[in-house]
Structure formats: structure tokens, C-alpha cells
Design a protein around this ligand. Sequence first.
Ligand SMILES: [Zn+2]
Length: 375
Amino acid sequence: MNELTCPACATPSQYNFSDYILFCPFCSASFRVEIENGRKTVYNDHFIIPNTIDAVRLKEHVTEWLKRLHHRPGMAEKEFVILDIRGTSVPYWIVSLEAHTAWKGLVQRNRRPTDVMPGGEYLHETGTFRRAYRWAVNGRNNICENWGMARLHEPKEPMTVLWDGFPLDSTYSRGRLTPDAPNEKTAYERREFFEFKFANGLPIQGCQVSEEEALRRARAHIESYHVNLAQMHADFLLDCRHELDIAGVQLIHMPFWHATYAYRPANFLRHFYRTVEKHVIIEGINGGILKGELGIIHRDKVQINAVATGGAAIFFFLLGSVWTPIFFLVALFFAAVSGLSAYIAIIKLEERKRHVNHVTPDASAAQAKARELYG
Ligand SMILES: [Zn+2]
């Protein structure tokens, strides 16, 4: 920590020089300092989205979310325990831009042509698309220090996200438990010029990433995303070019809440269930669930049941062998219940696998259309 006077209000205070931008705790001015010569430059494009949630409301939101997931909503409050709730205001670089992508690739024909040249069943295809974003890049060096923040982008298209940035508008508005009010302001529109008071009690995290790095990263994220989008149009993508028109960059502090919860069955199964902490991440405007780990599901319960009754079967079998054979019958009963539970658990697992396969990435829709046109 080093002492500096604020360039706006001239009050001396302690600052951490490893931060890229410093915020005066007295007047909320944001500024940069050149360490070699001590020159300070005020940074004006710093905003904050006010936090409007407190721990009590947050707990209600998480409980409501858990109720909706539970197969018996009335049991949710008995079976889930919220262990910890924490809020923080995280700096994000918001890059407003329009991205243009042009691609070239090969698409398979529907019918094989009569003159079978090598590769003749493929057609050359080209296309362009453009999208506008307010792309958010985390201003912290360690994107994993806050649970769930490393992969917040959930595109509509089925693909694996390998980047940490995300489009602000579609991301920060998802997961709401109540529908949006008409003409409601977006998170971006709610931003205010940065002042500590708008955090409403949340700790403000410092910005460690430079603007140049944020721009470079936003470019890399969008290019990866757009290559994935282009790949959906062609069987073999040959070329993909991107042009990014950057309209502006702003630093915005955004409110996030993190809750941990645990599942504890209300019936006898609690003795067989190892408590596992699960996490939920919530935005601080409307309490939308941005990301949440699911608690125990019905299949897990059936699995626990299979193990518990299996154990009982062994116990009564041993009792039968050392005491009286009547316990063999009890053992047989538990073995039957255990076997049935295991069977149900396996069926449910298969169902889930099928569901997952159903949404794996494929280009079939675009390819079918292309084949229709050119096949
Ligand atoms: Zn100041």
C-alpha cells in the first residue's frame, strides 16, 4: 500500500499500486497513476450497477429456486439448508462492439452426383453474419476467485464455451423467477457514475486487468464464439474472417451474490447421505439465478436407497446364519428392494444420458437446409 493524494479532492489515502485503476475512498474518483513519475490521470468511464438486494431477500430467492427444482416443493425448506451468503461488486470491462464474420466451407450434397469426382459430393458454400454485443471481460486477475464466474456465457446454440467473457445483456437478465416488467431498464441502462454508496454494503473489488488486455481478450472470446457459430453451417469450415467495430469501452462494477447450500434428507436416508456443499450465483438487481449447482435429485435418492437396503440385506443374512434362519427371509426382502432401487437408478441414468445426447452440438439443421437448396 502506498499513500497518494486524490487528483479530484486532494485527500490523502492508501492505495494498492498493483490495481490498474485506483478509486478514492472519499470522493469515489477513479484515476490511474504512472508509478515512474507519479502523474495521475482521472478515468471518467467508470460506472457501477447499484446493488438492490440484501441477504434476507437473497435467501428468499434461493429458497424459491430450490422449491421449483424439488420434486416435492413443500419439502424443499425442510431438506435444504442455506449455509452461507456473500455479495461482492466485481469490476468488468464492457466492450461495446459489432462483430462481422465471413466464412467459407464445404457442405455435403443430399444426392450424390452421377459423375463421381473425388470430393464431388461436397459443395462450396459461403456466408456472413453480424452480431452486436456489450461484451464483458472480468477485471480480476483470478477469474476463479468468485465461484462460477469463469464460464458465465451460456449461448443459445449448443456448444462448449471455452472463454470467460460474456454478452452482458443476455447473461445478466437470465434466471429470473418472476417475469420482466414491460419497458424495464437493462442492467447496462441502470448504471450510474461510480460511487461507493451504490454498492449498498457490498465490498468493491479492485480492477487489476488493463483496458488493452480486456480489449484483446474480448476480441479472442468473440472470435472463438463466432468460429463455433460458423461451424454450424458447414461440414468442413475452410476459412473464417472477423471484423470487430469497437464503439466504446467502459469499466463497470456489477453486483453478484454467492450462496452455498446443502441437502439433508428429512427421512431416515439422512444417516446414509454425505453432506455436499452446492453453489449458486445470483445477480444483484433482480435476484436472477445466473448459475446454480443442482442439489440432490430423485435418482440420487433411489441410489442411496439401493445402498441402504443392500446393507440391511447383508446384515440380516449374517443374523440368519448365526441365529435363526427366519432372518434369511428378511434379508431376501431387503435384497429385493435394493435390487429394484438399483434397477430404477440405472434406468434414470440412461434417460439422463439420452437427454444429454439429444442436445450435443451438431450442424444437422443448417446442413439439411443447404442440401435442400443445392442437393
Ligand atoms: Zn477523492
